[in-house]
Design a protein around this ligand. Structure first.
Ligand SMILES: Cc1cc2nc3c(=O)[nH]c(=O)nc-3n(C[C@H](O)[C@H](O)[C@H](O)COP(=O)(O)OP(=O)(O)OC[C@H]3O[C@@H](n4cnc5c(N)ncnc54)[C@H](O)[C@@H]3O)c2cc1C
Ligand code: FES
Length: 259
């Protein structure tokens, strides 16, 4: 883990209120697993808490990484105003990342994401594609307007989209979509998901007892490094015990924590 003033290489709005930012720095060398995140100090003195944002893409050859984020509140709005060559105080990479060692060429895998849980699944998809997996991406969005990275995901596997309002592809949430796709395909070797708790719960229920289901949690964080206990969630095996999402997660095996 490093703390570094990374350089903003590029920033663009890829859908309404959704931004893609490219950063460069030495810290990229430390980024080893899809699903890891960085903890960003917002360049405004009254916003003291860092904001956790997942790595959407890691490019070791160019020493760059990409993040994709939605302007939800003050911090991400300030972030969206940064321009090329601005500096950003970044701590990372943090978190355990997705396990993909068990995936072999030709294996069917499901990669399931909702809204702003989708960004880390792009780097994951690239690594699964490099392993020769057959990937079914199931992405859920609020509406057609906020769909992003459609072409990028299609290059890696089959992409299925659900929108809450039915303005693009299948109407409904990604849980409905999952039920349809499960009926059409072989049992997956592994299932990876990131998104709101409702989505993670439906994935966990649908693949009950499956040995390779990995769920990425998004809890509110403070320190991001396991010191403050702001991000805990109860362990499923022993609810009296807590797991820290920032350093024991954010990815947990299905059945490990209460979502
Ligand atoms: C491991 C991890 C990875 C994340 N990756 C991404 C990502 O790739 N792209 C992205 O857009 N967002 C991501 N988030 C959520 C992101 O951290 C919050 O949207 C951001 O901190 C909001 O900051 P803000 O100052 O703009 O908003 P605030 O004013 O702090 O809050 C605005 C809204 O964001 C919610 N929020 C604040 N912090 C979090 C949080 N940690 N998790 C969930 N919701 C939060 C609040 O409940 C509120 O509704 C991630 C969160 C975690 C924990
Ligand atoms: S945010 Fe401090 S322990 Fe996780």
């Amino acid at each position: 883990m490093l703390q570094e003033m990374m350089t903003v290489v590029n920033q663009k709005e890829i859908a309404p209120d959704i931004f893609e930012m490219t950063l460069s720095g030495e810290l990229v060398k430390e980024m080893t697993k899809p699903g890891q995140f960085i903890h960003i100090r917002i360049p405004r003195s009254d916003l003291l808490m860092r904001r956790p944002i997942s790595l959407a893409e890691i490019d070791h050859s160019n020493h760059t990484c990409k993040i994709i984020y939605r302007t939800d509140g003050e911090g991400t709005t300030v972030l969206s105003q940064l321009k090329q060559n601005d500096l950003l105080d970044v701590l990372g990479p943090l978190g355990n990342g997705f396990e993909i060692e068990m995936v072999a060429p030709g294996d069917v895998v499901y990669v399931i994401g909702g809204g702003i849980g989708i960004p880390p699944l792009y780097q994951l998809g690239k690594e699964l594609f490099a392993k020769g997996a057959t990937i079914y991406f199931l992405n859920g969005f609020a509406s057609k307007e906020v769909v992003y990275y459609e072409e990028e995901f299609k290059k890696l596997g089959e992409l299925f989209i659900a929108t809450d309002d039915g303005s693009c592809s299948i109407k409904g949430h990604v849980g409905n979509l999952m039920e349809e796709i499960v009926l059409q395909t072989k049992t997956p070797k592994a299932v990876f998901a990131c998104g709101p708790s409702g989505l993670l719960r439906s994935v966990e229920e649908r693949f009950d007892n499956h040995p390779h289901v990995y769920l990425s949690m998004e809890e509110r964080m403070a320190c991001g490094i396991g010191a403050c206990y702001a991000c805990v969630c109860p362990s499923k095996k022993d609810p009296a015990k807590n797991k820290k999402v920032c350093d024991e997660g954010p990815i947990f095996k299905s059945g490990e924590v209460i979502i």
